[in-house]
Each structure stands twice: as C-alpha cells, then as structure tokens.
Design a protein around this ligand. Structure first.
Ligand SMILES: Nc1ncnc2c1ncn2[C@@H]1O[C@H](COP(=O)(O)OP(=O)(O)O)[C@@H](O)[C@H]1O
Ligand SMILES: [Mg+2]
Length: 412
C-alpha cells in the first residue's frame, strides 16, 4: 500500500524538478561556511566541491576530506540523518574499492548542530580527470572496470548505490574507488533474504537502520539525470541492484561517446536539442518516460560508428574493439530491470573493453587541454567544482531530500 503521505512527497519532488530557474530553491544555500571538526578549522577556502546537500572540504594536502551537510536555509531540508546514514553505511560496508569512513563528529555551524564525516582523500574524480584530458579513454575504462567490481559485492549485500556516475568515482595512486553513498538504498540481498547489513547497521545506530527501512518504502525519483535508470525516475518501486547495472552501462557509453547515455537517448527521441537546454533534467526525464528498447538497441548498435567519429578512430578498428560489448551493453540498458544482465557480466564486459582498447594509441576526451596534461588535477583546476544544483540553473541530480520527513517520523 502506498500511503498518501508518500504520494505527496513524490508530488512535491516532481514539482521541484520542473521549477523554473528563477525559483530554484537551491539558490539560497550559502556557498561555504566555517566550522571546526576533527580538531581542525575549515573555512570556505578549503572547499573541494559543492555537493547536492552539503560541501566537501580539504585542508591543503591533508590526507582526508570532510563532508558536511548544508546548514538550514529557506526550503532546503538540513538533516543529520541523510549524511549520518551515508556515514554509517560506509562503516558497515567493507570493500577495497569503496570509500571508507574515517570518522563521524557532531559539530556546530553557527547556531546549528551539524554532522561532519571524514573520509580518506582519494584524489580527483573520474569525471574531471577524463574531461580535462588528464587521463585517456583507455585509462578511464580501466578505472571504470575497477569501480565496476563493487557491483557484485553491493548486489549480494542488497545495496543499490542509485547515483553511480563519473563524479562519484575517485582516482588515487591505487586506482578507482566508489564514493558518495548518499542516495544508497538497502533492500533484499541477492539471496532474497532481507539484507544482513541492516543488522550490522543497527549495532552502529538503530535510527539509521530505521531510516534505511523507511527509505526503502518511499516512492520517489532519485539519481542523476544523465545516468539514472528509467525506473529510478518513473517507477521507483522497481529500483534495485539492476538500476546500478544500468547506470554503470551509461558511464561506459559516456566514455565511448563523450555523452551520457540518457542524454543521447533524449536527443535521439527528439526531446533534447543539441544545445544543452536549461531544463535539460525535465526533458531527459520526459524522454525516459517513453523509454523503448528498440531505440536503445539502435543507439548501442551505433556505438562503434559514433565512437569512431568522436575520437577520430578508424571505423573498422572501433568496430573490432566495441562490437563484442554491444549485446551485453544492450542487456544492461534494457528498460525492464528484471531482464538486465547481472553485475558480474557487466564487470567482465568493461574489463574486456579496457583490454581491447589497449591495442590502439591513447585517446583523450579533450584535445584542447592536452597541453595541460602532466599538471596535477589540482593545479589544472584550482577552483572548487559544482556538481550540484547550487550553481546550475536546474538540478542535474534529482535531489530527494526526504530526510526532513523521515526525521519527523522517527522523532514520534
Ligand atoms: N574521499 C574523497 N576523496 C576525494 N574527493 C572526494 C572525496 N569525497 C568527495 N570528494 C569530492 O567531492 C565531490 C562531492 O562529494 P560526494 O561525496 O560525491 O558528495 P555529493 O553527495 O554532494 O555529490 C566528489 O565528486 C569529489 O570530487
Ligand atoms: Mg557526488
């Protein structure tokens, strides 16, 4: 049974998605605050990135980053619980390619209580490294294969990340790690048993266990528009580990064509002009409502041709490298989550692509910035980046800030 309360939350969110830029509620969020956490003082100068619901800080070459949630401003729900859930889940998970949580601390931001979470610093994210031309397509695909090895682990544990995309994959000297479990969902493990992870989480914090149980019942759109599976936007009750399979496949498509699959799909469906529109999220979301497998199949079939064009590669060579991946990618991107290939299959497909790509000279996303190659990513991009609705006119991430509602319930 779907309660009216849940339906109304969904209604609010869909409305929020289609707000015109003038009334973007995120515009009011302060772009940086000072606070003390883990024995150090952080100022706006230390901001590494602005996130969807908070900010990530790093001091100089500190080996750690600190994530905080935004202080309460205007209509933006500010809650410990979403960030706390991310942190506690991070403590409960144990995989060498998943970001570990170093510490959790209750702090104060001005008058407001807040939560700070400390993670090891893992370097620049895959999105920036690839876009800036610091790593080649070959290197990016190898990193992606490393990241994809968390898929089978998460599926067994009954965890769906729900926001797999290049900015959430970090690269350091040991390779790729997957981060940002802020939207993660805990459902059934692949054995069909209710995830034993919830029991572990209960031992850390029973409120967080309760939060995850309630989050699993919410019928709301979540994810990032370029990479979310159709069910994440239009049929949230079907979301599960197969949704991560879809998102991972959109990243593969994105590396090979320099366009995330969902955007390519929306463009093909005639719903997204070539020039990125300010209401892109809405248009892509609309296209996903009409998602059809034949159109997806054709787009994936055309991958070698498009990829050859985009990278100036010989078509026959592109075909040789990419063709073996076409069918498995089609089955990772099929509309019905229950028909998608298993996480292990996709992992193997990405490994195969990465290996075959080694046969050709390194190819880069950006030729323009190739002169900057060799600089460290921080030198090449000294200012903090926005991945969030804060500075973009329309959220590229369908932020579902349900913490407010959940917390109200939990406090009863
Ligand atoms: N442990 C980390 N190491 C390196 N960079 C990080 C780390 N955590 C976050 N970042 C940077 O901050 C950005 C936002 O952090 P993220 O955890 O993805 O939060 P959000 O939920 O706000 O997207 C990331 O894309 C990445 O660039
Ligand atoms: Mg993120």
């Amino acid at each position: 049974m779907v309660s009216p309360r849940i339906l109304s939350i969904k209604y609010i969110l869909y409305n929020k998605m289609s707000l015109p830029s003038q009334s973007n509620p995120y515009a009011q969020v302060p772009q940086g605050v000072s606070f003390t956490a883990f024995g150090r003082e952080y100022t706006p100068q230390d901001i590494l990135a602005y996130g969807g619901e908070g900010q990530v800080y790093r001091q100089g070459s500190d080996g750690f980053v600190v994530k905080i949630q935004n202080p309460p401003v205007g209509r933006v729900a500010s809650n410990h619980i979403i960030l706390k859930a991310e942190a506690v889940l991070g403590q409960a998970l144990g995989h060498p390619r998943i970001v570990k949580v170093k510490g959790i601390e209750e702090i104060a931001i001005g008058e407001s209580p807040a939560l700070a979470v400390q993670f090891p610093y893992h370097g620049e994210n895959l999105h920036n490294q690839f876009k800036m031309g610091e790593i080649s397509l070959q290197q990016a695909m190898t990193y992606l294969a490393q990241a994809a090895c968390v898929l089978p682990y998460l599926a067994t544990a009954g965890v769906t990340h729900r926001d797999l995309k290049k900015p959430n994959i970090f690269i350091d000297e040991n390779g790729a790690v997957v981060g940002d479990f802020g939207l993660a969902l805990i459902g059934q493990g692949s054995s069909g048993q209710s995830s034993s992870l919830l029991g572990i989480i209960r031992t850390y914090d029973p409120t967080v266990e309760e939060f995850f149980k309630r989050r699993a019942l919410l019928d709301v759109a979540t994810g990032s528009i370029g990479n979310a599976s159709p069910e994440q936007i239009h049929n949230p009750r079907l979301v599960g580990p197969a949704s991560d399979v879809y998102s991972m496949a959109t990243i593969v498509y994105g590396l090979l064509t320099k366009t995330d699959f969902n955007r390519a799909f929306a463009r093909d469906a005639g719903r997204l002009p070539n020039q990125t529109a300010y209401n892109e999220s809405e248009r892509v979301s609309e296209a996903l409502a009409f998602y059809n497998n034949p159109m997806m199949n054709r787009l994936v079939r055309e991958l070698p041709v498009v990829s050859a064009q985009v990278y100036g590669l010989d078509q026959a060579v592109a075909k040789q490298i990419i063709s073996p991946a076409i069918e498995p990618l089609q089955s990772a991107l099929v509309k019905e989550p229950s028909r998608r290939c298993l996480p292990d299959n996709l992992y193997n497909v990405i490994m195969g692509l990465s290996e075959r790509l080694q046969q050709v000279p390194d190819m880069y996303c950006s030729q323009l910035t190739s002169a900057r190659r060799g600089l460290t990513s921080m030198e090449a991009s000294p200012t903090p980046r926005n991945y969030s609705p804060i500075s973009s006119p329309v959220p590229s991430r369908l932020v579902v800030d349900v913490g407010m509602y959940l917390r109200m319930d939990l406090q009863k």
